[in-house]
Design a protein around this ligand. Structure first.
Ligand SMILES: [Zn+2]
Ligand SMILES: [Zn+2]
Length: 353
């Protein structure tokens, strides 16, 4: 087989699906590791005994623990820009643009969102437990799953005139408006933190992103919800990875099937060629210079309708016409009978006794 068995499109499909599957599997493995670590993480009670526990721990550090407490600012809290009297320790102001974009592929308007402006403020805070025990939370913005309360949300509708509408159809973009939101981690919220707990030199307890690269969590949901959520995420990544791996396998099977078919076709052609060769070894050659003038001049009674020199040698099926020699049959531009134009499904040698 001279031609390469895999076409460019198939190679691209195969490569893409296997690459995506690999990436998804990698993400899944990472998530799975997080889930396993969460399962093993001890849940500590935030009270007066916690500092003593860390004091006797080697390195005064616990690598991955779960701790729950209420949010308290270390000094001045942040004040909400929109809600009177709301105070918090992390504040996120966002301005998002919503618009409809014409999707030529789906032939429909689809929603599109773009962050125009985002500002995040944070002040030092700690989690307070019983017996006046506190844990200072470090780098809260590095934490995953920090779901803050949306305390302000306002949609500014876009207004436009007739000329704008014309412009929108030409450009394929229709602005809907802008959404202004303020999210805040309020003082007094119960927060669950998962990370590395250390007893610092100033005898202060601190929760920080794990130094071994494990995921750092701060969530207003309880630990069980967080764990289940992470488990579901891991399962989703796994399912996606499996789906892409299956797609890759399907492409591979497709290529293998096609390759086998072309191979079979090739064998069939070979077999046929040999059959014709043995059959008409003497009569298939056109009259050469060695043949006598009389013989050359006399038209063959059963000459091939195409070359008019060799005898007709094959039966075209399904129409059954016996009209050409095998060489001319091979040279046909399309697999159709030269007499009746019916598709040639099979060709068999003509045996003349
Ligand atoms: Zn011929
Ligand atoms: Zn025919």
């Amino acid at each position: 087989m001279e031609e390469f068995p895999v076409s460019a499109v198939e190679a691209l499909c195969l490569g893409t699906s296997l690459t995506i599957s690999g990436i998804l599997y990698y993400v899944y493995r990472k998530k799975k590791k997080t889930v396993d670590k969460l399962k093993d993480a001890p849940q500590l009670t935030l009270d007066g005994k916690l500092a003593d526990l860390l004091n006797v721990t080697p390195g005064k550090c616990l690598q991955y623990v779960v701790i729950e407490g209420t949010v308290q600012p270390v000094s001045e809290p942040l004040r909400s820009q929109f809600q009177e009297g709301a105070v918090g320790v992390v504040q996120k102001l966002m301005l998002r643009e919503h618009k409809l974009v014409w999707n030529g592929l789906a032939r429909a308007w689809t929603d599109s969102e773009r962050v125009l402006h985002q500002r995040v403020h944070a002040v030092p805070f700690h989690l307070a437990g019983s017996e006046e025990a506190v844990v200072r939370v470090l780098s809260p913005l590095e934490a995953s799953a920090l779901n803050m309360e949306v305390i302000h949300e306002k949609f500014h509708q876009a207004t436009y005139g007739f000329s704008d509408i014309i412009g929108q159809y030409l450009s394929g973009e229709k602005p809907k408006g802008q959404l202004e939101t303020e999210e805040m981690l309020k003082v007094g919220t119960t927060l669950t933190g998962v990370g590395e707990l250390i007893l610092d030199t100033d005898r202060a307890l601190k929760l920080r992103p794990p130094t071994d690269g494990s995921e750092y969590f701060l969530t207003t949901a309880d630990f069980e919800t967080l764990r289940i959520d992470q488990e579901n995420q891991a399962a989703a990544w796994q399912a996606l990875a499996a789906a892409f791996a299956l797609a890759g396998a399907a492409v591979l099977l497709w290529v293998a099937r096609r390759y086998y078919r072309s191979l079979k076709h090739h064998w069939e052609q070979e077999r046929l060629r040999r059959e014709f060769e043995t059959l008409g070894a003497d009569s298939a050659s056109p009259p050469g210079p060695g043949t006598s003038r009389d013989e050359a001049a006399a038209p063959l009674e059963n000459a091939c309708v195409i070359c008019l020199s060799r005898p007709r040698g094959c039966v075209l099926l399904d129409c059954g016409h016996v009209c050409c020699c095998y060489r001319c049959y091979q040279a046909l531009p399309q697999a159709t009978c030269p007499i009746c134009r019916q598709t040639i499904r099979r060709v068999v040698p003509l045996y003349q006794a």
